[in-house]
Write a protein that binds this ligand. Structure first.
Ligand code: HEC
Ligand code: HEC
Length: 653
C-alpha cells in the first residue's frame, strides 16, 4: 500500500513530486481512459503492447510476494498468503507505435490496499516517476497520483526500482512460499507461481533501470559536447548493428581526464539490491518449517512478517561500487538501452530509403564445403573474413553467417540470409537482422552478398557495403541535444531525423499525446493547524506519517484532537524508534525514525541529527506523552518492539 501525503504546516506538498517536465511512461500507457481493473485486465493491456521476447518467457515478468518489505508489507495481515503483493517489470520491447516500456515500467500491487504503486521512466525529465493508483477496486473510478518522493525514496534510495538479491526467498522461488500460496487455491489474477527465472529477470531489469541515472549523470557532468556526440554515435551504431565495438576503438573526447577531476574518489554507483530475506529463516517451530500447509496461527504469522533491522530497506545503502575510470563499452551499451527499439528500427529503415551513399564492393576468394542439404562457405582476404552457410528451400535460398569482419568492424551473428540463384548461376543473398538491415559495428550497412561458385569447392564472394551511417555521424555534433543536460533517447532520434531532412514520424507524437493526457496530480490533503508537540511531529514525520492510508501508520492524519490522540496511542513506539538514534547501529532492534535517507531533506546528516535539538525535543515530547498516560518511558526500551502498544488504535488498523 502506498500513500501520499501532506505536508501541511511549514511546507507545501513538494513540487518535486510532480514531473518537472514530460510525463511518466505509465501516463502514456494509460492515456485518458481509466486504469483497467481488475489487475488481470491491466496485465493484458500491457502484454498486448509488447513484442514476444527471445527468452521464451513473457516480456512482462510478474511474481508474488506474500511477506515482503515494501509499503504493502502489512496491508494483507493476517491473510498474507491469500493476498500476496504482485511485483512486475517489463523487460521486453514494445510494438511499433506503443509507449516504450523496456526496463521502464514497474508495478507493485496488493488487492487489500486497493492501490497500485508504479515506478516508470520519464525520459524528458531523465528520472523515474513514483505514482500510485488509488480506489483500485470493483465499482470505483481509479485515480492516479504522483506520490510523495520523500516517502518512496526512503527505501528506493537509488531513485529507481529495488529488488532483493538472489535467492529471492520472499518469492515463490522459495518452495515454502510457493506451497503456502498454492494451498490457498487462489489463481492470483492468472499469475503462475514462478521460480528463480522470473525473479532473476525482474532483478536484472531493476539493475538496468538503476543504471539510467548513472548514464545521465555522466552525460550531464563529465561528457563534453564532443564526447556526447561520440558516445551517441557509438551507442546508435551498436543499437543498429547489434555489435559492440572493442573498448580501444571507442573515443570519448577528454572524458577520462574530466572523470578523474570531477570524481577523484571515483563515481559512486548506487545499488538496486536489498539483502535476500527468507521469512522462514528464523521460524523455529518444526511444523512451520516444513512445507505442510497450516491454518496460520496469528503468532506464527507475526513472526513470519517480522522484519529484523538488518533486512529493513529503510537502512541507508552505501554505493555499490566506485568507478575510477569510465568503462567505455558499458557506457555505450548503457546509452543504447535508452534508445527505443522501435524508433531505432524506423530510423534504420528511413536511413536506407533516404540517404544516397556510394556502394562499396569487396571481393574475396571462397572455399565451399558441401554437406547434406547445405553449403558452408569460408571466404577471406587478409582484411576481410566471412563465413556462413546456406541451403535451398524450394526455389529460395536461406542461410546464416558465423562471421563477418572487415578490419575491426564486425556484424552481429544473429543475421539471416535470404535470396535466390540467378539464371547465370550466381547466388544472391540479402542479409537482414530481424526486421532491420544488417550493419557493421561502425554503422555501415551490408546490403548484399553474392556468391559465385567457379568449381564445386571454390569461388568468390562479393559484398556490398553502403556507408549511409556517415551522414549520421556528420550531423550528430550539431544536434541541439548535444548541449542539453538531459539525455533523452526519443529526442535524439527525432533531432537526427530532422537534421537529415527525414520525416519526423511518430517519435515526436509524444508531445502531441502529452497535450491530451489528464493533468498530473498530487494527492493533496487540506492544510491543518495542530497544537503542542504535534506541530513538531508534523514537521519531521509528516511527509510519511500523515497520509490517508495506514501504512506507515498515519498518526498525523486528521484534525488536531485526532492527531493528538493518535500520537498518544503511538507514543511508546515513537519513543522507541526515536531512541534508536542513541543506540549503536548493530544493537538496534528496529531502524531509526526518521529513516536516515530522509534526513538530508531536513538539512541533517546522521551525526548532526543524533545530537540535534529537534531530536531531543521530539524524544522529550514522546516521553511526556507516555508519562501523562501513566507509563514508564525507560521500561519501553527494555521490551521488544513488537510487544509495545500498537501504533494505531485497533479500530483503524
Ligand atoms: C519501506 C520501504 C519502501 C517504501 C517507503 C516504498 N517502497 Fe516500493 N518497494 C519496497 C521494496 C522492498 C520493494 C521490492 C519488492 C517488494 O517487496 O515489493 C518495493 C517494490 C516496489 C515496486 C515494484 C518494483 C520494484 O521496485 O521492485 C514499486 C512499483 C514500488 N515499490 C513503488 C513504490 C512507491 C510509488 C513508493 C512511494 C509511495 C514506494 N514504493 C515506497 C520498499 C519500499
Ligand atoms: C521518509 C519517510 C518517513 C519519515 C520522514 C518518518 N517515518 Fe516513521 N516510518 C516510515 C516507514 C516506511 C515505516 C514502516 C517501516 C518500519 O516500521 O520501519 C515507519 C515506521 C514508523 C514507526 C513504527 C510504526 C509501527 O506500527 O510499528 C514509528 C513509531 C515511526 N515510524 C515514527 C516516526 C516518527 C516519530 C517520525 C518523525 C520524527 C517518523 N517516523 C518519520 C517512514 C518514515
Amino acid at each position: 500500500m502506498a500513500l501520499l501525503c501532506c505536508f501541511s504546516i511549514g511546507a507545501a506538498a513538494d513540487d518535486g513530486d510532480l514531473p518537472p517536465t514530460g510525463r511518466s511512461r505509465f501516463d502514456y500507457l494509460i492515456g485518458n481512459a481509466p486504469v483497467p481493473y481488475p489487475l488481470s485486465r491491466l496485465i493484458a493491456r500491457i502484454r498486448s503492447q509488447l513484442e514476444a521476447s527471445g527468452d521464451g518467457l513473457s516480456p512482462f515478468k510478474i511474481t508474488l510476494i506474500p511477506l515482503g518489505r515494501s509499503l504493502r508489507r502489512s496491508v494483507a495481515a493476517p491473510d498474507f498468503f491469500h493476498y500476496p503483493s504482485v511485483v512486475a517489470a517489463v523487460d521486453g520491447n514494445s510494438k511499433a507505435g506503443y509507449t516504450p516500456l523496456h526496463d521502464q515500467l514497474f508495478l507493485g500491487y496488493n488487492e487489500r490496499a486497493e492501490s497500485v504503486e508504479i515506478i516508470s521512466y520519464n525520459e524528458q525529465a531523465g528520472r523515474f516517476e513514483f505514482q500510485v493508483v488509488r480506489d483500485y477496486r470493483a465499482g470505483a473510478q481509479p485515480k492516479t497520483y504522483y506520490a510523495s518522493r520523500a516517502l518512496c525514496l526512503a527505501c528506493h534510495q537509488n531513485n529507481a526500482p529495488i529488488f532483493s538479491r538472489p535467492l529471492w526467498d520472499e518469492t515463490p522461488a522459495n518452495p515454502a512460499i510457493a506451497s503456502r500460496l498454492k494451498a490457498t487455491g487462489r489463481d492470483f489474477y492468472g499469475i503462475p507461481l514462478s521460480g528463480t527465472d522470473i525473479s532473476s529477470a525482474i532483478d536484472a531489469a531493476a539493475e538496468r533501470a538503476n543504471m539510467f541515472q548513472v548514464w545521465l549523470q555522466i552525460w550531464r557532468e563529465a561528457c563534453s559536447n564532443a564526447c556526447r556526440a561520440q558516445w551517441l554515435d557509438a551507442a546508435l551504431a551498436y543499437a543498429m548493428s547489434g555489435n559492440l565495438p572493442e573498448a580501444d576503438e571507442l573515443k570519448f573526447a577528454d572524458l577520462e581526464m574530466r572523470w578523474t577531476k570531477i570524481w577523484p574518489q571515483g563515481l559512486s554507483i548506487p545499488g538496486s539490491s536489498i539483502p535476500n530475506r527468507d521469512p522462514f529463516a528464523n521460524v523455529v517451530e518444526p511444523h512451520i518449517k516444513s512445507n505442510a500447509v497450516l491454518s496460520h496461527p496469528l503468532a506464527e504469522l507475526a513472526q513470519l512478517a517480522y522484519i529484523p533491522a538488518q533486512f529493513e530497506p529503510l537502512n541507508p545503502r552505501p554505493p555499490l561500487q566506485r568507478w575510477t575510470t569510465p568503462d567505455k563499452t558499458r557506457l555505450v551499451a548503457g546509452l543504447a538501452g535508452l534508445l527505443n527499439k522501435a524508433d531505432v528500427q524506423a530510423f534504420d529503415q528511413a536511413l536506407v530509403t533516404h540517404t544516397k551513399a556510394q556502394p562499396q564492393t569487396l571481393s574475396l576468394p571462397c572455399r565451399f564445403t558441401r554437406k547434406p542439404g547445405r553449403v558452408v562457405f569460408n571466404c577471406a582476404t587478409p582484411d576481410v573474413q566471412l563465413s556462413g552457410v546456406f541451403q535451398s528451400t524450394g526455389s529460395n535460398l536461406s542461410g546464416q553467417i558465423d562471421r563477418l569482419q572487415e578490419g575491426r568492424a564486425k556484424t552481429a551473428l544473429d543475421l539471416t540470409l535470404s535470396g535466390r540463384m540467378t539464371k547465370a548461376g550466381q547466388i544472391e543473398l540479402i542479409p537482414k537482422r530481424g526486421a532491420s538491415w544488417a550493419r557493421l559495428s561502425d554503422g555501415r550497412r551490408w546490403s548484399r552478398l553474392q556468391l559465385d561458385t567457379l568449381r564445386a569447392d571454390q569461388g568468390s564472394a562479393t559484398l556490398t557495403l553502403i556507408d549511409d551511417y556517415a551522414a549520421v555521424r556528420s550531423v550528430l555534433p550539431r544536434l541541439p541535444l548535444m548541449t542539453a543536460s538531459i539525455f533523452d533517447g526519443s529526442r535524439a532520434l527525432a533531432e537526427l531525423q530532422a537534421a537529415l531532412g527525414m520525416d519526423k514520424r511518430e517519435v515526436l507524437t509524444r508531445e502531441t499525446l502529452a497535450n491530451k493526457l489528464p493533468p498530473a496530480k498530487l494527492e493533496i490533503v487540506a492544510p491543518r493547524k495542530l497544537s503542542g508537540s504535534a506541530t513538531r511531529f508534523l514537521q519531521y514525520c509528516g511527509p510519511c506519517h500523515g497520509s490517508t492510508t495506514n501504512f506507515p501508520p498515519n498518526f498525523l492524519h486528521g484534525d488536531d484532537a485526532t492527531v493528538n490522540a493518535r500520537l498518544d496511542h503511538c507514543a511508546e513506539r515513537i519513543f522507541y524508534r526515536l531512541s534508536m538514534w542513541h543506540v549503536a547501529e548493530a544493537k538496534r532492534g528496529k531502524t531509526t525514525m526518521p529513516p536516515t535517507p530522509a534526513l538530508a531533506a531536513y538539512g541533517f546528516d546522521e551525526t548532526s541529527w543524533a545530537s540535534s535539538a529537534p531530536l531531543a525535543d521530539l524524544i522529550e515530547a514522546a516521553r511526556q506523552r507516555i508519562v501523562n498516560q501513566g507509563g514508564q518511558p525507560d521500561a519501553v526500551l527494555t521490551r521488544s518492539f513488537e510487544q509495545l502498544r500498537s501504533c494505531l488504535p485497533a479500530t483503524i488498523q
